[in-house]
Write a protein of this length. Structure first.
Length: 115
């Protein structure tokens, strides 16, 4: 069973940066895509960014130009660099990996953006 563990969430002020990490228990090369989602209380989980096995990336419009998703295959880790954070970015961020064996989710890491 694949395990994904997110880390890096924190309390930051608007305009600050954070880097989230998603560590996989298995090689991330096996996954077709790895994505970050976020969820706030009372709202549906929403997709934020994804990266393919080949390194192609895509982003939700509100985060384009501020967030960057990347991967380090040697470390089995996918990152989400978040810059110029806004209060509306506050959420629990989760990563998900999709491959031949199915789709896997981590438990999430909380990001709080507040002055």
């Amino acid at each position: 069973q694949v395990q994904l563990v997110e880390s890096g969430g924190d309390l930051v002020q608007p305009g600050w940066s954070l880097r989230l990490s998603c560590l996989s228990s298995e090689s991330i090369v096996k996954f077709n895509t790895v994505a970050w989602y976020r969820q706030t209380p009372g709202k549906q989980r929403e997709w934020v960014a994804l990266i393919t096995r080949g390194g192609l990336t895509d982003y939700r419009d509100p985060v384009k130009g501020r967030f960057t998703i990347s991967r380090d295959d040697a470390k089995n880790t996918v990152y989400l660099q978040m810059n110029s954070l806004k209060p509306e970015d506050a959420a629990v961020y989760s990563c998900t990996a999709t491959g031949p064996g199915g789709q896997y989710w981590g438990q999430g890491t909380q990001v709080i953006v507040s002055s």
